[in-house]
Write a protein that binds this ligand. Structure first.
Ligand code: AMP
Ligand code: ZN
Length: 112
């Protein structure tokens, strides 16, 4: 399978990693939309949020533990945004589930 985020997870493609453990990697987004813009992904390939199930959801829970840790370690006390785009209409361009962790500016709602 030709998946760019699997390749980042296994080190085939370089990325600026800010966190890594046995099951999760977090790295800087190539096109940051905020002063801090990190992508948090499972090392295992899950194509989207629509494919989360009781077999693979433990790593998704762990991703949110990692997000909480990063928010403290990287100084996001003023707040942060977590975004998951699922499917083409939502703008998912990489078909390996990922959570955008963004901070360092004010965010509007909805969108932007
Ligand atoms: P999405 O549109 O939700 O699928 O988000 C995909 C994100 O991956 C975008 O914000 C891209 O800038 C980012 N991206 C794509 N390729 C890379 C890469 N090689 N390294 C870091 N970020 C990437
Ligand atoms: Zn993948």
């Amino acid at each position: 399978m030709d998946c760019i985020f699997c390749k980042i997870a296994n080190g085939e493609i370089p990325a600026t990693k800010v966190y890594e453990d046995n099951t999760v990697v977090a790295f800087n987004d190539l096109e940051p939309q905020a002063p801090t813009h990190i992508l948090v992904i499972p090392k295992c390939h899950i194509s989207s949020a629509a494919e989360v199930n009781e077999e693979n959801s433990a790593v998704i829970a762990h991703i949110f533990e990692v997000i909480a840790k990063l928010s403290k370690d990287l100084g996001m006390a003023d707040g942060f945004r977590v975004v998951n785009n699922c499917g083409d209409c939502a703008g998912q361009t990489v078909k390996h589930i990922h959570f955008h962790l963004m901070a360092g500016r004010e965010f509007t709602w909805p969108a932007g």
